[in-house]
Ligand binder design. Structure first.
Ligand code: HEM
Length: 517
């Protein structure tokens, strides 16, 4: 992967050499009393281990941890990274030393995506980040607000069932339907409807939305010279930053148009009755905060847009990826799919549709989702944590500012933490409910991270994933096309996706056709 970058442009290699002096300055010898840095593979001068990095980064790191142990260092360009691959060390970073290790080192692409890193994901650990998180978690993700938007989610999911029903008996790309549904759910929750100006050319906008989000996520996961040699960042040698800025512009125009539309409506006093009753969409809620002018919790328009980017990226790509993996696992294990469908008949019934209130009773489906998160965590390395001061971990020095990768993918397959770790066995979560706790208290199970930086969208993600899967499996039987096999190869980037899209054939399952309309 990295060697590919260098061959991409000879000038990049030349530019990397310019970093020599910078590198030499950075690599000062530690004093005799400080504990050593963790062990790790020897690298080359200046570029460190960059030329040896393999394309599947999470698997490469897991392989190295078999040689160097559960904590090791890797030099990527001028930057040191620390890799953690055991539950007990993950606990030290994410709990015992959480206050120190909750900083970020935003990649150039991340900064470009979020108006300079003023969102939640890339903001440094400090009072402004805490306040933003508090507003998001307490106000936007609280259960009552999520319950209030359940009708919107239901509407979009039923739209998906209708669409799929139109294609029964033919092979469909499941991921495309899931992505489209989540995109509609997210937009409904953000500003309560379609995108303005969309109607006349909706299919173009829909196609572009997916393309833009896919490209954004790809750029976020792409190795970037600017991130490993920050001194070269200003040259944006691979053009990643400028590409991301162009993509952001696509969303920025939509955000501006929605905000302008809403402000206009509010000014002429046409406030939607529902909004005054409290079931406000996120935009309404954030604009009211903006108007409040309260120094502590007030948000500027640009901060609102940065938050929207967090939601767009956080809610669509990760959630659609895990749903696709879950469908892949169930097509590979038809006995599991059968059990889920039996549970759906018992809880929902054959003459009903899946509703929000059924979800908490779907225990077996919940276990299937948990097992899918274990084997296919959408963010296999979480988002790197960064210590704001130097600290000691397992007897090693962890310098301030290094990136700490928690290899959740490896931890969730660790033979000491999981029996038959490579088997897909949802039952393990039925027997031990605490094992599948999403709140980050079990350090051998971290699909949403843990500690201060734990994902802010856990409650929404949980609802969305179970709801979409329940609806797909309640309304349809699924079969692979004749002779086809499920392909489990992974495409590693920021989000761990399937390399090949999942194609399967839906068959109508419900006898009452009104449920498809
Ligand atoms: C299947 C769905 C999802 C998965 C697997 C997931 C996973 C994660 C993980 C692993 C992290 C990093 C935690 C860490 O650094 O320790 C994270 C952070 C984050 N997620 Fe999610 N996420 C999902 C859905 C969502 C949704 C629906 C939203 C928004 C509504 C969201 C917004 C965020 C934000 C803003 C952060 C940054 C938190 C911070 O740095 O303080 N995510 N997510």
């Amino acid at each position: 992967m990295i060697s590919y970058i260098f061959s991409e442009n000879i000038s990049i290699l030349f530019a990397a050499l310019l970093a020599i002096s910078w590198y030499a300055w950075l690599t000062k010898k530690p004093s005799k009393n400080t504990p050593p840095l963790p062990p790790g593979p020897r690298g080359l001068p200046f570029v460190g281990n960059l030329p040896f990095v393999e394309p599947d980064f999470h698997r490469y790191l897991a392989k190295l941890s078999n040689i160097y142990g559960p904590i090791f260092k890797l030099k990527l360009g001028s930057k040191i990274s620390i890799v953690i691959s055991s539950p007990s060390l993950a606990k030290q970073v994410l709990k015992d030393q959480d206050a120190i290790c909750a900083n970020r080192d935003p990649p150039a692409a991340g900064l470009a995506l979020t108006y300079g890193g003023i969102d939640i994901a890339w903001r440094p650990n400090g009072p402004e980040w805490r306040e933003l998180r508090k507003v998001f978690v307490r106000e936007m993700m609280r259960y009552t607000r999520l319950d209030a938007s359940s009708a919107l989610r239901g509407q979009e999911v039923r739209g998906m069932v209708r669409e799929v029903h139109g294609k029964v008996g033919t092979p469909i790309n499941i991921g495309e339907h899931i992505f489209l549904t989540l995109r509609n759910v997210v937009i409904s929750m953000l500003w309560g409807g379609t995108m303005h100006g969309e109607d006349s050319k909706s299919s173009i906008v829909i196609d572009q939305y997916r393309q833009v989000v896919d490209e954004m996520v790809e750029l976020l996961g792409k190795p970037n010279i600017s991130d490993v040699f920050p001194v070269l960042a200003r040259f944006d040698l691979q053009g990643i930053e400028s590409k991301m800025k162009k993509l952001l512009l696509w969303f920025d125009r939509i955000f501006d148009s929605e905000i302008a539309q809403r402000t206009k409506v509010d000014q002429v006093g046409e406030e939607n009755e529902d909004k005054s009753k409290g079931s406000k969409d996120f935009l309404q809620f954030l604009l009211e905060l903006n108007l409040q002018g309260d120094e502590k919790s007030s948000l500027s328009i640009i901060q609102i847009k940065a938050l929207f980017m967090d939601i767009v990226i956080g809610a669509t790509d990760t959630s659609s990826t895990i749903i696709e993996w879950a469908m892949a696992e169930m097509l590979q294990h038809p006995e599991t799919m059968k059990k889920v469908q039996e549970e759906l008949v018992e809880v929902v019934g054959n003459d009903n549709i899946v509703e929000d209130f059924h979800l908490s009773n779907l225990h077996y489906l919940d276990a299937v989702v948990k097992e899918t998160f274990r084997l296919h965590p959408p963010l296999p390395l979480l988002v790197p944590h960064v210590p704001s001061v130097s600290c000691t971990l397992a007897g090693y020095t962890i310098p301030k500012g290094v990136r700490i990768f928690i290899n959740a993918w490896a931890i969730q397959r660790h033979p000491e933490a999981w029996e038959d770790p490579l088997d897909f066995r949802p039952e393990r979560f039925l027997l031990d409910i605490g094992k599948g706790d999403y709140s980050g208290n079990n350090f051998s199970y971290l699909p949403f991270g843990s500690g201060r930086r734990i994902c802010v969208g856990v409650s929404l993600a949980e609802k969305l994933v179970v709801f979409v899967l329940a609806s797909l499996l309640h309304s349809f039987e699924w079969k692979l096309p004749e002779g086809a096999k499920v392909d489990f190869s992974e495409k590693c980037g920021l989000v761990l996706k399937k390399t090949k899209p999942l194609v399967a054939i839906p068959f109508a399952k419900l006898t009452n056709l009104k449920h498809y309309n």
